[in-house]
Design a protein. Structure first.
Length: 134
């Protein structure tokens, strides 16, 4: 499967309606982005079960800002709509393959449980901080 271009209007739907989505944030003027592009394209061909999406940070500045992109290329991986990987820098083919395999093998029940624990701890922290303001 070829890579797909994502925009602000279809980003969330793409990420939440597919099992695994890799997103490459890039720009045409970025040398490392151009080096990573064929590696990303090749991975898309090797993993038709994984959506390989690209976001042009020049055309989609609002989306890049919302995703807190500070350097490019940045690769994000989503599984079941949850961000599970986020790293700046052009990955070599072998490293990208490791990311794909790691995301495929994630125990998403464990990931969701961990997120729930973090949310609970965060809430408790805020309640505790609120108690001290009175």
């Amino acid at each position: 499967m070829a890579t797909v271009e994502l925009t602000e209007s279809d980003f969330e739907k793409t990420v939440t309606s597919n099992d695994i989505v890799l997103v490459d944030f890039w720009a045409s003027w970025c040398g490392p982005c151009r080096q990573f592009a064929p590696v990303f394209e090749e991975s898309a061909g090797e993993h038709p079960d994984v959506v390989h999406a690209k976001v042009d940070t020049e055309a989609e500045q609002g989306l890049a800002a919302a995703a807190n992109i500070t350097s490019i290329p940045t690769l994000m991986a989503f599984r079941d709509g949850i961000l599970v990987f986020n790293q700046a820098g052009a990955l070599p083919k072998q490293s990208l393959e490791q990311v794909v395999q790691a995301v495929k093998s994630l125990d998403m029940d464990a990931v969701r449980a961990e997120l729930a624990e973090q949310a609970k701890a965060h809430e408790a922290e805020h309640e505790h901080a609120h108690d001290h303001q009175h």
